[in-house]
Structures are given as structure tokens and as C-alpha cells.
Design a protein around this ligand. Structure first.
Ligand SMILES: Cc1cc2nc3c(=O)[nH]c(=O)nc-3n(C[C@H](O)[C@H](O)[C@H](O)COP(=O)(O)OP(=O)(O)OC[C@H]3O[C@@H](n4cnc5c(N)ncnc54)[C@H](O)[C@@H]3O)c2cc1C
Length: 308
């Protein structure tokens, strides 16, 4: 399994800023994330130091190269799941493998996708779940549907097999973007994939059936929502991080309630701006560096940077 001291989830302003600090302090740093939404042809007018404006793409490219200059490895991949490890650290599952980390900075932005299914809210917690590690146990031996169109959904479906063999995947009307590798794994486990729309949920008080188009009404005990890619909230749910509304709760040093896990940027939901994300990334990095230092984990900690 690949190992790193500091895993940063997200290659946006918060994640790259954090990587500049951790890598520059000598902490082996791996950033997993692809170009953030802002890395396009958008004029950024309010970020410090660019009087002529700068495009989002250019700003992100500069941040990326700066983090790489200090030795951070930045890889465009998806984290499908994040758990604590028996060794006392953390294990992240990606599309291409697994990573063990001693500390994690979550900088995944805001991205939880809610599918447009009539009645979804009504069944939240009564048949609709967002987290296999949290709720899979309640569906032992029962019939469940994972709603999602990418590898995250495929991985959630495979994880559900630990609780029940009656698992299928529904993309909810979207074209399937499940990779050939994950499609083969689903087929190997006998997990069917449908691209049908979900037009209705029914049951009282809890979910007992879904209506698919095409497909009609089918008995169903549970739905696990896993649209798009795993979000900061999904990581929070599996690790047991305290949340406030749709965001991760972090203190002024970007520490979460779990030692070794830090959160920065839009996913903590303060003022959703680049300048704030960059500042919080720096603070999260400082906290991660201190955490590793206290545990004597951190490579050439100290170095030339003023990390506090
Ligand atoms: C079009 C647009 C224009 C904007 N204009 C401005 C502006 O002019 N000024 C300003 O200050 N702010 C602007 N913003 C807001 C600003 O972009 C955000 O506040 C900032 O990008 C937040 O940074 P972040 O690092 O927290 O998250 P993001 O930039 O959203 O980055 C999230 C990162 O997490 C990664 N990620 C998410 N899930 C996973 C997963 N499961 N596995 C691996 N990686 C994952 C993504 O790939 C991405 O790299 C704009 C935003 C947009 C969308």
C-alpha cells in the first residue's frame, strides 16, 4: 500500500496552499484532486497580488507548480472512501489503489450532489442513507439500491456486500461513468447496473419501494445516495467528524474533532472565497505539521520555513 505522512484531499486553493506549507516543512505530502471548478477561464479580481486580474486557470496552475516545487506530489485521482486504520492512521481508497496516511487535510470543497428524486427528504434516515460505513449494518440481508453514476457509487455497492447480497446500482437517468475496472468488479460480484430514472419513493413510515422508469415499482428496503464523487461530507460521515449543516466543523486551527484530521476551505463553510481557502489551508498545514511533530512522524520538520 502507498504511504504518506500527510494526505491532502483536494487540489484547489485550500489543498494546494496546505501542500506548499507541509512540503516546504519537509513533510512527505501527497495531494489527491483534479482541477477545481474555479480553474477555468474566469477572471479573479479580488485575490491579493494580481492588480491586472488573473484567470482561475492561471492562478491554480501557479499554485500547483509552487506546491510541486517544494516536493508535494499532486495527482488527479478520486478518493472513494476514507477510514481510520488499525495502525492508528488513515486509509484512503482511490480509483487506482489505497493510501495510508498519518494525517489528513480535507480540502475537498463543497460538492455533495443530491439527486432529484421526489420524496427523498421525507425518507432521509428512514430508508435513504448517505454512508455505507455508517448505515450498512442496518440493511443486513435486505434489498438496497445505490444511486450514483461513477466509481464512488460502484465502490459503495461493493462495500454493501459485507452486509447484504441484494445490491444493485442505479445511475438515476444519467449515463454511466463507471470505469471499465469498476464495471468488471461489479459484474464479478453480480451487481446489476441500471440507467433508469427514479420517479417515486413509497412506503409509510419507512421506504419499502422505488419506482423506476423504465422498470416500474420494485420492493426496496434502502437507498444509498452516492452521486458524483465522494464529498467532504461523505468523508466526515465515515470518520465520525462533527458537522454543522452541510460543512465540517473545524476550530480556528482547522482541527476537527478527530486528532490528525484537519479541514480547510469551502468544506468548512465560512466565507467561500479563494483568499479564505488559502489562509485556512496554511493553518491546516501548520496544525498537521505540529501533529506529526508531536508524534515524531514528520521527515525533516522545521527546515527553513516558519511553521510555528
Ligand atoms: C466559477 C467560479 C468562480 C469563482 N470566482 C471567485 C472569485 O472571483 N474570487 C474568489 O475569491 N472566489 C471565487 N470562487 C470561489 C472559490 O473558487 C472557492 O471559494 C475556492 O475555490 C475554494 O477552494 P477549496 O480548495 O476549498 O475548494 P475547491 O476549489 O472547490 O477545490 C476542491 C478540490 O477537491 C477535489 N475533490 C473533491 N472531491 C474529491 C474526491 N472525492 N477525491 C479527490 N478530490 C476531490 C476537487 O477535485 C478539487 O481539486 C469562484 C468559484 C467558482 C466555481
Amino acid at each position: 500500500m502507498e504511504k504518506t505522512k500527510c494526505l491532502i484531499i483536494g487540489a484547489g486553493p485550500a489543498g494546494l496552499s496546505a501542500a506548499i506549507y507541509t512540503a516546504r516543512a519537509g513533510v512527505p505530502t501527497l495531494v489527491i484532486g483534479c482541477a477545481p471548478k474555479v480553474a477555468g477561464d474566469y477572471d479573479i479580481d479580488n485575490y491579493f497580488g494580481f492588480p491586472e486580474t488573473i484567470s482561475g486557470a492561471d492562478l491554480m496552475d501557479r499554485g500547483l507548480r509552487q506546491a510541486q516545487r517544494f516536493g508535494a506530489e499532486v495527482r488527479c485521482d478520486q478518493i472513494l472512501g476514507l477510514h481510520t486504520s488499525e495502525a492508528g492512521g488513515f486509509v484512503a481508497k482511490t480509483v487506482s489503489g489505497e493510501i495510508e496516511a498519518r494525517s489528513v487535510i480535507i480540502a475537498a470543497g463543497v460538492s455533495r450532489n443530491r439527486p432529484n428524486i421526489p420524496g427523498l427528504d421525507r425518507y432521509d434516515g428512514k430508508g435513504v442513507s448517505w454512508c455505507v460505513s455508517c448505515d450498512g449494518f442496518f440493511y443486513r440481508g435486505r434489498k438496497v439500491l445505490v444511486v450514483g453514476e461513477r466509481d464512488y457509487a460502484a465502490n459503495q455497492a461493493i462495500e454493501l456486500l459485507a452486509f447484504t447480497p441484494q445490491v444493485s446500482v442505479c445511475t438515476g437517468g444519467k449515463p454511466s461513468q463507471i470505469s471499465p475496472d469498476y464495471a468488471a468488479r461489479l459484474a464479478e460480484h453480480g451487481i446489476a447496473v441500471t440507467t433508469a430514472k427514479i420517479t417515486a419513493l413509497s412506503g409509510d413510515p419507512a421506504l419499502t419501494a422505488v419506482t423506476l422508469d423504465p422498470g416500474g415499482e420494485q420492493a426496496m428496503d434502502g437507498i444509498f445516495v452516492a452521486m458524483g464523487q465522494a464529498s467532504a461530507l461523505d468523508f466526515a460521515a465515515t470518520l465520525g467528524l462533527v458537522r454543522h449543516r452541510d460543512f465540517i466543523e473545524a476550530d480556528e486551527d482547522q482541527k476537527t474533532n478527530i486528532p490528525g484530521v484537519f479541514a480547510a476551505g469551502d468544506c468548512v463553510g465560512k466565507f467561500l472565497q479563494i483568499g479564505v481557502a488559502v489562509g485556512e489551508g496554511a493553518k491546516a498545514a501548520r496544525s498537521a505539521i505540529r501533529f506529526l511533530k508531536e508524534r515524531k512522524e514528520g521527515g525533516t520538520l522545521g527546515g527553513p520555513s516558519r511553521t510555528g
